[in-house]
Design a protein around this ligand. Structure first.
Ligand code: HEM
Length: 487
């Protein structure tokens, strides 16, 4: 049955936050297993295990087995030799129950620890500590978070048509690339699409007004992002080169300041209205407004989607269960050829569940950190642990989202896992946004401001794909070699 489209401008609905409750526990209190080893040697050994000898996933799995606990002490990179001011000691929290303590802002604080105890220089962000590095106790956090949520709300009128028209441009280019070269990776076209629609929606700035920004804007952001996070991310290139060249020191911001400054100029010119909104309604200085806006656009939004959307293509490429056909049937049946809207895609149970399940198995921001605001007792499924004020908690989402006490067959991709009553219940444990999927971002927490925009936009991208195509031939790396147009 073709459903009626209700309205294309209704923004995603805000629901109350439901963090799994942190109650006094009757579980046995256990001292936290693991340790930090000898100075220099312990952190270095953990870093090599994490980046080189095992890789992040096996590194954490092996430690869970060794300590018979999902909560333990360990070190997280970056470490020796040029990160002397960085304390690598963390308490890993690797099941849903212990991880959820990181959402309770009475227990933890989030000052300067977006990517761990190591914080990239503020020279990457105009000498401003931007929103993601601010704790909820800092007044600027409230100002910028409210501003971020306001620009999302304001843009909801143009969001869906902007996404779909930029998707049409993207698919037209991908089709002509396939005609020329056979198989193509969609990565560059995806990044151009992401940059364009976000720039238009969040800032009201049209990249086509500046040929240089239109051509290179997404690359400037890639380079700027990479330099900030390099010391902490696993690339998987030839070792020991990665350790020596990428993980041993922080790169200076001047290497990418050329592109950053051009982007800043473009936003100052084309995004005037949004900048004025930040100053007049949210009390931010011009400098705070500009650099926060670039960070929200470039790091939070462009960075997040650039990591996440390729996993949608990889997942479709790896599928052997006829998933494309099931998704297409649902889109055809519930929306047909009608234009898409936030409300219409909300009815696509399988499409939405497919998006959630992709986020569960491929959380785009794999590591989350939080520092104990006070002494408290933290519970895993089977034990309780005393955490001291100032200790740093570190959660590795790819492990947490495979918690067998919460998810049946946790390693398996189950596209309809999040459908029906049981599926809705499981949304309490889907944490990609630094909070449960049933929660709401507010100025009092650190949950992604765009939690619902991300999932609904991705559902729109999937629905648009199956309105446009009967099927796509995608390999396991996400490359597309053929498309069959919708009949
Ligand atoms: C797939 C895309 C995205 C992903 C995976 C993502 C993920 C996240 C995560 C994990 C955090 C919490 C980081 C932490 O404190 O540990 C976060 C915070 C944030 N995100 Fe997103 N995000 C995405 C898109 C967006 C978009 C489109 C916006 C646009 C407004 C946005 C705005 C923010 C802001 C402002 C914060 C900081 C929240 C705070 O400090 O309270 N994100 N995001």
């Amino acid at each position: 049955m073709i459903q009626k489209i209700v309205c294309c401008t209704t923004p995603p609905v805000v629901t109350p936050t439901t963090v799994p409750p942190q109650r006094p526990t009757s579980l046995p209190v256990r001292s936290i297993p693991g340790g930090y080893g000898w100075p220099v040697v312990g952190p270095l050994a953990d870093r090599l295990s994490y980046f080189w000898f095992h890789g992040p996933t096996t590194h954490f799995k092996k430690r869970i087995e060794e300590h018979k606990s999902t909560v333990f002490r360990t070190n997280m990179p970056p470490t020796f030799p040029f990160f002397t001011g960085v304390n690598s000691n963390v308490i890993a929290v690797l099941d849903c129950k212990s991880f959820a303590h990181m959402f309770d802002m009475e227990l933890v604080e989030k000052k300067n620890i977006l990517i761990g105890d190591f914080m990239p220089s503020t020279s990457f962000t105009g000498d401003i500590r931007v929103c993601a590095y601010l704790d909820t106790s800092e007044p600027q956090h409230t100002q910028v978070k409210k501003f971020a949520m306001e620009i999302l709300k304001r843009s909801s009128k143009i969001w869906v048509p902007t996404v779909t028209s930029n998707l049409d441009t993207m698919w037209n280019t991908i089709e002509s690339d396939i005609a020329k070269s056979g198989s193509v990776s969609p990565l560059i076209q995806l990044q151009k699409f992401i940059f364009n629609f976000l720039s238009l929606c969040l800032i009201g700035a049209d990249p086509s007004k500046s040929p240089e920004v239109a051509e290179k804007g997404y690359m400037w952001l890639d380079a700027w992002l990479a330099l900030q996070v390099l010391p902490t991310v696993n690339i998987g290139i030839l070792q020991p080169l990665e350790e020596i060249l990428l993980h041993s020191f922080a790169y200076p911001s001047f290497l990418v300041s050329g592109g950053y400054n051009k982007l800043a100029e473009f936003i100052e010119k084309e995004g005037q209205e949004v900048l004025e909104l930040a100053e007049n309604e949210f009390g931010l200085s011009k400098k705070e407004a500009l650099h926060n806006l670039i960070f929200i656009l470039g790091f939070n939004a462009f960075g997040g989607f650039s990591v996440f959307l390729p996993s949608i293509f990889n997942t479709l490429g790896n599928d052997k269960t006829g998933l494309q056909q099931k998704l297409r049937n649902e889109v055809k049946e519930k929306i047909g050829t009608n234009s898409l809207s936030f409300d219409s895609v909300k009815q696509l149970d399988l499409v939405n569940s497919f998006v959630y399940e992709t986020l569960r198995l491929n959380p785009p921001v794999p590591l989350q950190y939080a520092r104990a605001r006070k002494d408290f007792t933290l519970s895993s499924h089977d034990s309780a642990f005393e955490i001291k004020k100032g200790e740093l908690l570190c959660g590795f989402q790819p492990q947490v989202m495979r918690d067998e006490k919460v998810f049946d067959e946790p390693e398996k991709f189950v596209a309809d896992r999040f459908t029906k009553e049981k599926g809705s219940e499981l949304l309490n444990y889907l944490f990609w946004s630094n909070g449960p999927q049933t929660g709401s971002p507010t100025e009092s927490n650190k949950q992604c401001a765009a939690k619902d925009y991300v999932t609904l936009t991705t559902s729109i991208i999937v629905a648009h794909m199956f309105q446009r195509y009967e099927s796509l031939t995608i390999d396991s790396s996400g490359s597309i070699s053929a498309v069959e147009k919708a009949k």
